[in-house]
Design a protein around this ligand. Structure first.
Ligand SMILES: O=C([O-])CC(=O)C(=O)O
Length: 166
């Protein structure tokens, strides 16, 4: 889906910014993946140094949704790598936002999805299967609920309570 420009969305929706229905994530994410502008309904996941649930979700049809992973900001391992990037692309996810790290950066940069993460780390995560799906998460100063809309481009990342009209 074509994404709208985040700067224009901010300029045109001042009242939503004021009332909190539109929020801007703090600019702490690095840009990966082929798709530098992407958007879609959010699916949330809360895990910590364990990516079993990430794979489980990415194995289901993405239908243009954006997977938002709250990895607690861990800088000790990667929650998404090249295989999961490929899986996300093949299953039709629009993008992945990781409050944590990714790895296999060159492979992920070749995938036709948008990926944002705090950075990269060469270690894989645990495989215990612990975490929570579809729960509210707090990332980069912003509360993000399952089903809200995420808009990302080279300027930043927005969370909107509802789909924004272009
Ligand atoms: O399996 C993992 O832990 C992540 C990974 O390396 C990949 O997706 O290729």
């Amino acid at each position: 889906m074509a994404s709208l420009a985040t700067a224009e969305a901010c300029d045109g929706n001042t009242s939503l910014l004021v009332n909190g229905e539109l929020r801007v994530l703090q600019p702490v994410f690095k840009i990966y993946g082929q798709s530098h502008a992407f958007c879609g309904p959010v699916v949330t996941l809360k895990v910590f140094e364990d990516n079993v649930l990430v794979r489980e979700l990415l194995e289901t049809p993405g239908d243009g949704q954006v997977l938002v992973i709250d990895g607690g900001g861990s800088m000790r391992c990667a929650l998404v790598g090249g295989n999961l990037g490929q899986l996300a692309q093949n299953m039709g996810w629009a993008g992945i936002l990781v409050n944590g790290c990714i790895r296999d950066v060159d492979e992920i940069n070749g995938c036709d999805i948008g990926v944002r993460a705090l950075g990269s780390h060469p270690r894989k995560s645990y495989k215990r299967g612990i975490g929570e799906r579809n729960v509210p998460v707090h990332i980069a100063g912003t509360l993000i609920r399952d089903g809200e809309w995420l808009y990302a481009d080279s300027d930043g990342i927005l969370i909107s309570k509802t789909e924004l009209l272009v």
